[in-house]
Design a protein around this ligand. Structure first.
Ligand SMILES: Cc1cc2nc3c(=O)[nH]c(=O)nc-3n(C[C@H](O)[C@H](O)[C@H](O)COP(=O)(O)OP(=O)(O)OC[C@H]3O[C@@H](n4cnc5c(N)ncnc54)[C@H](O)[C@@H]3O)c2cc1C
Length: 458
């Protein structure tokens, strides 16, 4: 059996950041990827990464701080997220941003999305990011990547340290030994009907979008060795997808964070549209037949952001996914909601926000604490049928700030580390956009540094 310093399970953003970090530190590394290509859910993502205090924000005149980032994450997470993990993220995120830039990952623009008090969603092209990290790995002879190589089980040695991986490669069984650590970076379980049925039965009707290999393998392997799990009760879908989005074209639009309202089939609003799109998803699921629409006017349409994964509303129009009408009467007819109710809904909303007080749901901002809602009054009017997708399972194995997997007593399971979507505890009850890709980079690097340190110190 071949021995490596580190074995990394999974080649999404967390695994690839770990592979580069470890390779550059001179470690002998094996990365196992279950699929025939790298990327996992990462390459399907919208590419927002949450960082605060970057030069991009400075150049855009945006004042942000680690404190504000941490406050937002705790507020969005309902205060039940692990504050030590959030603090570690706050402390390390700027370093990870710089590291990514130095490694050639391109950040193209900034937006305010779910949970942001200021624009801090730094947008990458996730394919470019994975390819760039892969190119770096190829320059490192000490890092080996195997595709079509699913890890199956982990084994402990006589001292109770997890140090071996049983895996398959192209259908043949194999095993490898890790002298310094095994890093689970195998993503979530958005594609496992079995685990979703077990842990999130409330999301039965949600679209499924996520990496093909994301079946929660890493969670099972870690649980076998005593890992504790966190955040499972808070599993939610994400609102804003067109009902066809699980097909080849993943159409999504977050017009509500630019000022749209959300109405149900009865023509009524049902939620404060500025809250996390995870919580919007929960509210949307409770509406009659789960049918809901985002409704906006030309003022909101003018805020469409060309080529943005979430805010390119003009693209939705070009794809013929929007209803457009010159009058509310025609719009109500298009989407089959009662005109009088829709008119009353919009008039009440407009009056409310103009008086600074949305009487029904207390909306005060576009997203979280950012931006001012505008009245829906300028024709043409638009509607986008929207639904909920299960695209990322922000719950999983419990880790400490060293990215060590811990048992139900908070004690590290020796030799075992985890980073990325496979971990729980970080998001708590809600998710701030960009914090998942962000935590992949931050904790992917931390896992490597701690694994190498742990053994060096012995
Ligand atoms: C449509 C969509 C939009 C999103 N937008 C954003 C966003 O804008 N910002 C944000 O922060 N987050 C976003 N997310 C979530 C984010 O993309 C993921 O949480 C993140 O990419 C997870 O990265 P990861 O490296 O942990 O896992 P992944 O990228 O999923 O990689 C895990 C890899 O492990 C492999 N694997 C699984 N099991 C095994 C095994 N047994 N052995 C070996 N390999 C295995 C998988 O095949 C996969 O390649 C989005 C997700 C989706 C689907």
């Amino acid at each position: 059996m071949e021995t490596f310093d580190l074995i990394i399970l999974g080649g999404g953003l967390a695994g690839m950041c770990a592979a580069v970090e470890a390779g550059e530190a001179g470690a002998h590394v094996l990365l196992l990827e279950k699929q025939d290509e790298l990327g996992g859910s990462t390459v399907l993502s919208s590419g927002y990464m949450a960082f605060a205090g970057t030069n991009m924000q400075d150049m855009a005149g945006i004042t942000d701080s680690i404190e504000s980032l941490i406050d937002d994450m705790i507020e969005v997470g309902g205060g039940v997220n692990d504050q030590a993990l959030i603090a570690a993220y706050g402390q390390r995120q700027l370093e990870s941003f710089t590291w990514l830039v130095q490694h050639g990952v391109e950040f193209r623009s900034l937006e305010a999305v779910s949970g942001h008090s200021v624009p801090r969603g730094h947008i990458i092209d996730p394919h470019q990011a994975i390819q760039t990290l892969y190119r770096r790995v190829k320059q490192l002879p000490n890092v080996e990547i195997l595709l079509n190589a699913p890890a199956k089980r982990l084994l402990k040695n006589q001292d109770g340290r997890v140090d071996r991986v049983l895996y398959e490669v192209d259908g043949t069984e194999a095993s490898a030994h890790a002298s310094k650590g095994i890093i689970i970076a195998s993503g979530g379980f958005a594609k496992s009907e079995e685990l979703l049925a077990q842990f999130a039965p409330q999301l039965k009707g949600a679209l499924r979008i996520g990496g093909r290999g994301n079946h929660g393998d890493g969670i099972r392997m870690a649980c076998e060795h005593g890992a504790w799990l966190m955040d499972l009760p808070y599993l939610n879908g994400t609102y804003g997808f067109h009902p066809t989005a699980a097909g080849p074209v993943k159409s999504q639009g977050l017009a509500f964070y630019k000022g749209a309202i959300m109405v149900n089939q009865l023509g009524k609003r049902f939620v404060n549209e500025s809250i996390s799109y995870k919580l919007l998803g929960k509210a949307a699921f409770e509406q009659p037949d789960c049918v809901t629409f985002q409704v906006w006017d030309q003022t909101v349409m003018n805020k469409s952001v060309h080529d943005d994964p979430l805010y390119d509303l003009e693209l939705l129009k070009r794809r013929r996914l929007l209803y457009q009408a010159d009058t509310l009467e025609d719009l109500a007819d298009c989407i089959d909601v009662p005109l009088e109710v829709l008119e009353e809904t919009i008039s009440r909303y407009n009056q409310g926000i103009q008086n600074g007080e949305d009487p029904d749901f207390g909306r005060k901002s576009l997203t979280h604490n950012y931006g001012n809602p505008t009245p829906i009054e300028k024709a043409p009017f638009y509607a986008f049928e929207s639904t909920v997708a299960m695209l990322a399972t922000y719950a999983g194995v419990s880790v400490n700030t060293k990215a060590q997997v811990v048992n139900p007593f908070g004690e590290p399971i020796l030799g075992l580390f985890a980073a990325g979507e496979v971990t729980g505890g970080f998001h708590g009850a809600g998710y701030m956009t960009g914090s998942s890709l962000g935590k992949c980079a931050v904790f992917g690097q931390i896992a490597v540094q701690e694994a190498l340190k742990e053994v060096t110190l012995k």
